[in-house]
Structures are given as C-alpha cells and as structure tokens.
Design a protein around this ligand. Structure first.
Ligand code: ATP
Ligand code: MG
Length: 318
C-alpha cells in the first residue's frame, strides 16, 4: 500500500526566536530554524514516521529545494516534486517565548510558470499506477483556477485511486464536487462551504452527513481542542482529546489526515480510526515540526481519547 501527497504551494517555515519582540524597532534574534513545510509535506512526514511507504509531489522552487531534499532523505520519503524556477515561499514565524506570543507572516507563493502543471499532472498519472491513496493538501498558488483540485481528484478517481482532500475556501468547495474519498475541513472551513453558522453539534453533524451524501466516504470535521467528528454513510463518532499542553499547533490537522489514512489502510473500525487520528494530532501538538513518537506512545495516547456515540451528539450543544 503506497501513499502519495500532493502539495501545490509548499512553504519553508522560518521560525525566528525573539524575546520581547517589538514592531518598529531593532530586535535581537536569539535563534533561527528552517523547516520544510506545507500541508502535504507534513502529512507525508507523519505517514513516513508511522512506517508507511510515502511519495511527496507537487511544485517546488528549484533555488531553495535543498531543505526539502534533506528532509525527504531523513524521513525516507520518495521525492517526486516537480522543480520550478525560483524560490519556494518562506513563511516567517516570530516566536517570543518571553511574552508567549507568536507572530506569523504568510506569503501567497509564486505563480507557477507555464507548463509546470502539465509536468505535475504527468507525474501524478505515473504515480497513480502504483499508489493507492493520494492526499491533496493545502491551498493553491496564485494563478491556478479554483477547480484545479477538482480536476486532480477526478483524474485520480478515474484511475481507481482513493483521494483525501484538505483545503479551504473556493478550492475546498470545488474539490468536494469531485467526490473525494475523504475530506477533513475544520469548523471554519465547514462554515465557509455550508454558508451557515453551525452553532451546535447537531448542525455540524448534519453538515457532515451532507458531505457524505455528496459522495465523500469519510468526512472529518475537526474542532480544535473540542475534538473531531468522524462521519460515514453508516455511522458517526466524536473523538474528544484529553486536555494537553500545546507546544505547537502547526500541523495538528495534517496529523489527523495522516492518522486517519493510517487507520483506514489497516482496516480499523471507525472508532479506532478516530482514536489513532487524534493520537497523531496530539503528537503534533506536543512538538515543533511534523514528527511522531514511537508506536507505544501513540497507542497510549490513543487510549486516552474519549469516543462519544452519535446519540450524544444530538443532545449536546457545541
Ligand atoms: N488545543 C488542543 N487540545 C487538544 N487537542 C487539540 C487541540 N488543538 C487541536 N487538537 C486536536 O487536533 C485535531 C485537529 O486540530 P484542528 O481542528 O485545529 O485542525 P486544523 O484547523 O485543520 O489545523 P491545521 O492548522 O493543521 O490545518 C483536533 O480535532 C483535536 O483532536
Ligand atoms: Mg487544517
């Protein structure tokens, strides 16, 4: 069983540690760190740490690809990224440990040159021959139409592959119309596509069932510390994490997508999938970067996840 992740707009996460950071002043940085990032890259990292065979593809700027290449080599991820001229975008995160504040500066990324998408589609078609699962994660770079995700999903489904979609806004809405096997919107993303306030668990559950009615086999609505609702055509469970100290919220959702696929591949039942996926997220929250602890620790964490049945959902308010 092989899995490929597709990241159309990856990013290098540049974390700068500055105590007592002030705008409009000269600040003294204490340390700096660069990590290969982007949602699909994170999903690939979690899956590889779990011991699965993973390929990462998408579009990567040739001028600063080394950091990604080192990361893929360290994790044992097969690198099938299409190189494009120029730089992959860099997102700056200013971490002020003294004041416990984080300031993010996210860039849109560069517009892919003509021909880059054709090269990527050729790569995706080749990967479809021997990869069972694809994960399409993250937003689109500027210049690509919103239906790009939908076109990729339709292409992969026509080749008999299963596809997970983790996107937001117009790309999520368009992608859902192509009927991905799995979708994991968070509550904000679900609100964007259902254009409703979704104030109670009942309303969230109904929106999840609508995603399933539209062709999604497993819809996961993640709700931060409140947990996640896992819904299929035949059942639904709410997985509530234990209270935890959060080191970094980066990649909690990406870890949940990876853990879900790890569970599905092993043929686990819905509640066990929800436990494992939540354990992946808890692992992401406990450390900087997309890394998993050993399996024994993951299993201990999975056992601490509370699984609530659907009848509870109808009666509790969010
Ligand atoms: N503060 C927290 N405490 C406990 N668990 C959390 C917390 N935040 C997130 N989680 C766990 O991680 C899962 C995914 O988190 P979340 O809903 O924030 O995803 P997301 O918004 O898609 O994140 P991402 O930024 O990675 O896209 C949650 O369903 C929950 O299980
Ligand atoms: Mg997310």
């Amino acid at each position: 069983m092989k899995i490929a992740t597709i990241t159309l707009n990856p990013a290098i996460d540049q974390t700068v540690f500055v105590d007592n950071f002030c705008v409009d002043q000269v600040n003294r940085g204490r340390a700096m760190q660069h990590d290969a990032g982007g949602k699909g890259v994170n999903v690939a990292s979690f899956l590889a740490d779990y011991g699965l065979t993973v390929t990462a593809t998408g579009l990567l700027g040739a001028d600063n690809a080394t950091i990604f290449e080192r990361h893929f080599a360290a994790k044992g991820i097969a690198d099938r990224f299409v190189r494009v001229p120029g730089l992959t975008r860099i997102g700056v995160k200013i971490v002020d440990e003294a004041r416990q504040q984080t300031t993010d500066i996210n860039m849109p990324g560069a517009e892919p040159p003509a021909g880059a998408m054709d090269a990527l589609l050729t790569t995706i078609d080749a990967l479809a021959a021997d990869h069972d699962w694809f994960v399409l994660a993250g937003n689109l770079p500027p210049g690509l139409p919103a239906d790009t995700s939908a076109a990729i999903i339709a292409r992969l489904k026509a080749r008999g592959c299963r596809v997970a979609l983790d996107a937001s806004g117009a790309a999520l809405k368009a992608g859902l119309r192509a009927g991905p096997t799995l979708a994991k919107p968070n509550l904000d993303e679900l609100r964007q596509i259902s254009e409703a306030p979704l104030t109670g668990n009942g309303e969230v559950a109904r929106a999840a069932r609508e995603l399933c009615a539209g062709g999604v086999e497993l819809a996961i609505i993640s709700m931060g510390a409140k947990g996640a609702l896992f819904t299929t055509a035949t059942g639904s469970v709410l997985a509530v994490p234990p209270p935890v100290a959060v080191t970094s919220t980066v990649g909690a959702g990406d870890a949940m997508v990876a853990g879900t696929i790890a569970g599905l591949i092993q043929g686990l039942e819905l509640a066990a999938i929800a436990r494992l996926a939540t354990a992946f997220s808890l692992a992401a929250l406990a450390r900087v970067g997309a890394h998993l602890p050993p399996r024994a620790e993951l299993e201990a964490s999975a056992n601490r996840v509370m699984i609530l049945a659907p009848d509870v959902l109808r009666t509790t308010a969010a």
